[in-house]
Design a protein around this ligand. Sequence first.
Ligand code: SER
Length: 888
Amino acid sequence: MLSSTEIRNSFVEFFKERGHAYVAGASLVPPPDSTLLFTNAGMNQFVDYFKGTTVSKHSRIVNYQRCMRVSGKHNDLLEVGVDHTHHTLFEMMGNWSIADYGKKESIVWAWDYLTKGCGLPKEKLWVTIFREDDEAEMLWKDNTDVVPSRIRRFGEKENFWEMGETGPCGPCSEIHIDIGEDRGCGRPECEVNCTHCNRHVELWNLVFIQYERQNNGSLVPLKNLFVDTGLGLERLVCLLQGTRSNYDTDLFTPVIRSIESLSGIKYESAEEQKRIAFRVLCDHVRALSFLIADGIMPANDGRGYVLRKVLRRSVLHGRNLGFESTFIASLIPHIIAVMKEAYPYLTDQEEVIKKVVTSEEERFHSALHTGLRTLDEEMASIGKGEKVLPGDVVFRLADTYGVPIDFIEEEIAPARGLKIDRQGYEALMQEQRARARQARKAKDGGAELGAILADEEATRFTGYDHLEDRGRIVHCLKGNEEVPHLYKGETGTIVLDRTPFYAESGGQIGDAGVILSDMGKFEVSDTQSLGKQIVLHIGKVVSGKMETGAEIRACVDAERRANAAHHHTATHLMNYALRQVLGGHVKQSGSLVTPDYLRFDFTHYEAPSKEQLKQVEEMVNALIRSNQPVAARVMKIEEAKEEGALAFFGDKYGDVVRVVGVGDFSKEFCGGTHVKAAGDIGAFFIVKESAISTGVRRIEAVAGAAAYARACGAFQSLRDMQNALNVGENELLPGVNRLLDERKQLSAQNEKLLRESAKTRVHSMLDSAKDVDGVKVVAIDLGEVDGNAAPILRDLGDDIVLRESPAAVAVLAARSKGRVNFIVRIGVEALNRGMDANKIIRGVAQKTGGSGGGRKDMAQGGSANASQLKEALEAVPGMVKELLCEKR
Ligand code: SER
């Protein structure tokens, strides 16, 4: 029996023998300009070849591609696990013709691979074609031994393939297999694409790409015909390994076995609901592993949200199998073991995947716990006769605690005999979406500006080599309106034909400076861009006026630019150092470069240790001192990738990219402005490290002048401290330690004195004690105490009841640092007469708005508010009286 790895390899070999070049599958994260959330087909990475905007190196390509189909046009989520053939993440093997061969070869090769290569019986295969595609039908009949009566025509839904709302598309021809009468609906008319059952399984889709779907829905013919095919690996493996389910193949059985041993439940003999849970887990844990390995981290929106959703579904299905705490990480090695030959990078990411999954799992368990508890509290306030869980409660559970709505509707509510108010919930969701839309709209007010500048040519940027340039004003804008002039005192935006000003991009903030003309001066406080094309100089006219058409001189604030450059190159050095020190899995997930500091977000599963941060800081400084040259090169994107330049997913790249290199060790896709040599940076200090979400860390650091200023500040504070302590530089720390020691001793002495003075007061306290039916009540406020009041109070209480009067109830209070501490201590005799420290302390605590508790003979408490203390102490004799009465 062939293993899944052998089957994958046989496909690639088959097409290599037919002149195809192997191109590795792409990341699950599509390029930034893509309209897709996830890579959902092998062709995604070749879209530009079809559109003709990029020329492919190869005219025939073969590969296998990890795909996610959980959103947009292709969404299989709800079928996963319920059936045996759909997955969130699956592998698609494919072959492509980039304007090379056409329908005939693709049909013949697909048929040959399945029937001859894999030995599938032709009597079981069905072929579908697009309604109007006579040519395809003829090709099938003339060139293959397909059973002619097994060819069927279908419309757009089945046989016109599109990757999303827009993009390359075309009619397709599919090959399906009949997996047996016993798997079908039994209807006499049951055949391929039966709407009642899954007896005929789609295996391979051959798409003849010849159109591009536009935004307005129209189809524009492409210059050439392209072939894009996709064959589902899991389904083929299932057939070739002779199993009834994708989950019974070698791709998943190790995971099934592992779940069995963790849960103690046997997959084969379990009830169907549990068997579904097994399958969902197999599928989801695999998807989680691939998503995280491609750098996606849990988040509240976008891809990260899908990851979170898949994880939460896993947790909930895990509960069906009795998993009440984290368990997913122990399944991951089984996934990786099966997949590592085809996806070697998974092995490097194993630890990261496990850590991210576990920490997210913990968070969800605890949210679920709190969510369910809150729900139970809410339930108490829902009237007894009610049968509906109100929409706002559902919304809170779903939104605040992240409990999936299906789970609330299908499990939580029914378990409590309730239905949910779905409409009320949806209404609140709508409101929330509307709020989010509003916020987005407010954020990109640029739309109107976009309309004004729609036909404007891109501003020529000359600022890599110059800080000053001559040019012409092409637009003056006030708010979002075009104006002929901007006058003194007015703020506005100026567009030039060419500019040395760098517009904010790639994390580096925009330049500032001045624009001068014969008529006036404009101070630029920020530079932004519209669509990365048109540079917007934002600022204020400080003298005269600015006029459209005027010749100008644009001067960038050189110092600010240099300071930004120090931080930008330092960011690259730190990115390099982090990967050296923490590991190659570190990926940039955000960055900000300013003249004063830098901020860098990156993926890493735990807080870096102090030593690691120190190492990073030292490495960056050593690299600075090595003074290697910094150079930017413009090259084809493929070349840059081949050279291993680091790209940042958050940015959009064209076919030609700029790569900034420091020496020969650091290479990054980058449009920013940099120093000429590393030494220009001068110095670098890490200022802060923190977590910004699960698996994403943030470092703030300073470089260049800002680093120098920071060091100066630190030295000055040291000198000030030396002066204050009157010690030399090397004696500072011993001096401070000495002071701390002295302070400790003084406060110990102080405490001792306090205790002693308090003890001498014991007698007088007892003398003034109130006698309540023979119980001596001492209720006293000792006033302000320096240091920790509790031990003093305890000592004193012991003295009163152990040494002086066993018939005493001592309620003692003291204040320190704005808080009141109190204790209640009961002597043996008083105890026998029914006194209870716990009850008394609760009485005192209640009156002072604090809390407290303990044993019958001794309880402690405290409150942040001393204003009611006097009244509380005065009430003690009354409490004692009540307890005496209770005893009687
Ligand atoms: N793009 C087509 C599909 O995904 C064929 O690869 O089905």
